[in-house]
Design a protein around this ligand. Sequence first.
Ligand SMILES: Nc1ncnc2c1ncn2[C@@H]1O[C@H](COP(=O)(O)OP(=O)(O)OP(=O)(O)O)[C@@H](O)[C@H]1O
Length: 410
Amino acid sequence: MSRSPSIPDRPHRDIDPDLPDDERLEALRDHYQDLVDVNEQLSEQLDDADERREQLRERVDRIERENETLKSSSLYIATVEDVLENEEVIVKQHGNNQEVLTDVSPRIVEQIEPGDRVAVNDSFAIQTVLNAETDARAQSMEITERPEVTYADIGGIDEQVREVREAVEQPLAEPELFTEVGIEPPSGVLLYGPPGTGKTMLAKAVANETDATFIKMAGSELVRKFIGEGSRLVRDLFEMAREREPAIIFIDEIDAIATRRSESKTSGDAEVQRTMMQLLSEMDGFEARGEIRIIAATNRFDMLDRAILRPGRFDRLIEVPEPDRDGREQILEIHTRGMNVADDVDFAALADDTEGYSGAEIESLSTEAGMFAIRNDRNEVTHQDFVEALEKIEEDDSSDVISSPGYFYQ
Ligand SMILES: Nc1ncnc2c1ncn2[C@@H]1O[C@H](COP(=O)(O)OP(=O)(O)OP(=O)(O)O)[C@@H](O)[C@H]1O
């Protein structure tokens, strides 16, 4: 940046009043010339300052425009492969792995190096360099300081709640118990069972109870969206947890990165394998009594690579089944707690009629019943509304040819 020029001194000249007229006149002329020179210098400096102000205004305008573009358009995530001369960069877009040569503004080129993740617009111009946090969030990691779900919101799986509390909550809340007895708590807990039965809720409720940050990552996203980056993302995940201790790491659909080798023969196989190895090595190198706990979930227990179930890894398995009759009744009561329900609603009868329903399906049933009430201009939900909602759901299901959720057990 240029230094501001110094302001010239004000010209000063002592003129002896006793000098002869011609000499005084000469001295006054010189003084006048000095003043003219200084005046010229000052106006030059003023012109420079005006020009600089104009440049700065243009820069502010440009940055504001850049800012607006950044705010208004969606950006894609890419990794910098190489930084070339002449402010050119090769980036590889995530998802389709397309490599593109693109220009970067001098402002950004100074900040980037190969391996950095950046956000690019539709024309692949780099808009911003992602810091660890934006980056992680951009990559479908869900982070909640303290989720709102509590154990009281979970119905029908009391035994599973007890087991999760023992395996995850206690080592976080009372690590000394384990030290005194001299045992290691389970390293990781694996929840398995059909979709929509409350696995995610369980993990969130533990985070709520222990005042921990809940960090969720979906295995499927990891493999589908970020080919070539799974292992890096796993590292980021644990780093994020360490920064935010106490933390619960929840890996949903773990089967996506921990499939049995024989089951997966695709070209991405090695990649998926690397992601899994990274996960295992992060788990191996970490203190089970520490402030970070890991919970994973799957609907496809049968497909899991047994390597992840070895001691020191996901060594506590908890099955979360579909709710039984009593469970369904409890879940119905939980999901209608905030609803204006008429006295005639018979939860026990509805529980009988919802055999095979998961918690998530019971939640939709309650919402659907509420919709029937609204449609009939009522603000109270009656038993008949639930019956009609049930019929509608059954109808929708039977028209849905392939409605099998596709989960399996051991
Ligand atoms: N046992 C339950 N008690 C109360 N509500 C439940 C229960 N199970 C599911 N639900 C409802 O269904 C929603 C989805 O549940 P959740 O995400 O915990 O299921 P999940 O087992 O993790 O499913 P998936 O395997 O599809 O990820 C919850 O937000 C909740 O409203």
